[in-house]
Design a binder for this molecule. Sequence first.
Ligand SMILES: C[S@@+](CC[C@H](N)C(=O)[O-])C[C@H]1O[C@@H](n2cnc3c(N)ncnc32)[C@H](O)[C@@H]1O
Length: 273
Amino acid sequence: MQIHETAFIVSTYRSYHEDVSKDAYAKLWNNPATDALIPDIIKSVSEHEAILHSLRNRFFYERMNSFFKENGGGTLINFGSGFSMYQFSFDNNVSTIEIDKKDIIDYKKEKIDHWTQEGKLPYRDIQYAAIDFNKNSVEEMVNSLRPIIKKEPTFILIEGVVFFLDRTTTNKLFNVFKELQKPNDLVGLVTYLPEVENTAVYKRLLHYFDSNNDTNDSFSHQTIPDSYFHKIDGYEVQERTDEFQLSKIYARQHIIKDKTEILNETSYMLRRT
Ligand SMILES: C[S@@+](CC[C@H](N)C(=O)[O-])C[C@H]1O[C@@H](n2cnc3c(N)ncnc32)[C@H](O)[C@@H]1O
């Protein structure tokens, strides 16, 4: 499993449940190589993965849409943006900065430009930044991102990414966020809490990654305790939810008996103080 494959997989999941994810554009990224990977993940890890990823997308879609509507636009800064497509569902007073590893950024820019020319996507103001969060320093990241923030306020999203980072890099990113944001700007983040490590389904996920790690594209498997988010300098927790709770709001027809039977990720909304 390579890191870019994880971005294709979550995008494909969103395309399976457009009514839940509210991502009508995810299907543009669908491709046979990713389609071939999914049945094995569903079988060996969990049948609920597609709906859960659609639910977390829906949560951030709702929070970002309200934030940008209340503020008459702004900038979405998407850290580890993969193939997420939020900006095309927002009004065009929202600018976006897509940040990811170089291969993803180059591929995404080429495809987005092409689909926009073809009329498959509405025009949006999008900047692209190729950054490796493990390798680049706080100063390098701030210096490359600050000049391309055209509109305030900012909403920083880091969705489906911190699991693949270690704590040092996560701390570094919060220093970047603090430098870039002003009071009342928001960060949306998804993580696994350490409690999830005790579940059979999480053990199956790690086993899946271990047995499919056929490349040198190694990555961490981080969980973060709730207490971490209450101690971040410059931020306060505004909201916390998880996919089990979100399923009761946005996917009531999808029955999940207990939250321990799913890979239950927790989402945070953090406000810059
Ligand atoms: C599972 S995908 C999630 C993509 C997107 N946020 C979403 O939810 O659809 C993880 C993304 O994090 C990016 N990523 C992981 N480690 C990274 C790093 N060290 N530097 C930059 N991007 C990284 C990957 O390239 C990938 O696009």
